[in-house]
Design a binder for this molecule. Sequence first.
Ligand code: GLU
Length: 380
Amino acid sequence: MSEARNALTQVKKVVVKVGSALLSDPTQGLDRQKIDAYCAQIVQLMGRHIEVILVSSGAVAAGCHKLGWTRRPAAVHQLQAAAAVGQMGLAQAYESALSEHGHATAMIMLTHDDLADRERYLNARATLCQLLQLNVVPVINENDTVATDEIRFGDNDTLAALVTNLVEADLLVILTDVEGLMDADPRVQATAQRIAESRAQAPGLDALATAGAGVMGRGGMLTKLSAARLAARSGANTVIASGRQADVLMQVLDGADVGTLLTADLTPLTARKRWLAGQLRAKGDLLLDAGAARAVAQDGVSLLAIGVVSVKGSFLRGDMVRMLDANGKVVAQGLTNYSSDEVIRLAGTHSEQFGQRIDYVGEPELVHRDNLVVVEGTSD
Ligand code: GLU
C-alpha cells in the first residue's frame, strides 16, 4: 500500500459526493436501493468514528421523472423547477434510509455565494459542525432555485470541494460512473489504464481528462479534477472512484487501490493557517489582557470575551480581526464570531452572560481557535 493510500485509513472527516447518474434512472426515477446501499456504507463509516458529510445530486433527475419528462430539458428554468420537485423525494429517500439505521438526517441547500460570504460561511460551518457532533448525517445539495452553477457545469463537484474546505475534511470522495481518471481514452485505446495516484496539482492531468473520460456525466472529469485542486487548497486529498463498485467507500477508507487518488501538497492544518494568515486586511483590533494574550499566543486557544479589554474599528461577524497584547503587539488574527458593536458589549464578560447583553447568542468564543492564527508583528 502506498504511503498516501495508507494515510486514508487515518481519515477522520470525509465529504462524499454522489452524482446523479448513480442515484437515478431516466425511466424509474430515484433508485431507492442504491440510496439505501450508500447510506449503509455511510453508517458503517460512522461506526468507525469517521464523520461523514454527504453531497448528493439527483434532484433534477428525480424531478424530471416525477413530472413525466422523459428527456432532460435544455431550459434552465425547467431544470430549476425539476430540481425543486425532485428535492422532496431525494430528501425523503435519505431520511428513510438513514432512519432505518437509527440516524437523523439534515438537508442543507447551499450556493457557492453562501460559502464566499464570510458571515454565511461561519454560519454554515457552525451548523455543520453542530450536526456532526449530534451524529446527524448532513445531506447537502446546491440550492438550484437560486443558483444554477451545478445545473450547468458541475453536478455538485465544485460544491462538494467547497464543503470540503468549509468543514476542513481530510478527504473528498467523488463517486461517479467510471473507475477513475484514465491515462487514455478507453474507447479508443484498449490498453488504457486507470491512474491510481497523482498529486492534485500535477500538470497534464486536465489533458488526460479531456482525452480519456468523454463518456462521463455532465460534470465530466475536468470539473472533478478542478474540484480536487479546490479541495487540496485546504489540505484535503480526493479520491475519484466508481460508485458502482461494491463497498467502495469502505475500500477507499481501507486504503485499497480503487479509483484515482489525488493528493494535496499541504496538510489541512498548514493550509488553514496559511489561508487565515493570508486573509485581506483586518477590519478591527481587539486589545487583550495579559492572561488572554498569553493563552492565545502560547497555547493557541480560542479567544473569550472575558479576556478582551477594548475594541477598535468597525467589523461584522466573519470579518478578520487582530488580537493585540497590552503593549500593542499583534499576537494573533482570526475571524470574529461577533460584530464590533457586540464585542463592545461583551468585552470582559463570561459567555454565560452573553444573553443578557446581546440578542444573538451563537458561539461562546469571540474567535474560535480553528479560525485563529498566531502571528508576529507590531500595531501601527
Ligand atoms: N443540484 C442538481 C441536482 O441535485 C445537480 C444535478 C443536475 O443538474 O442534474 O439534481
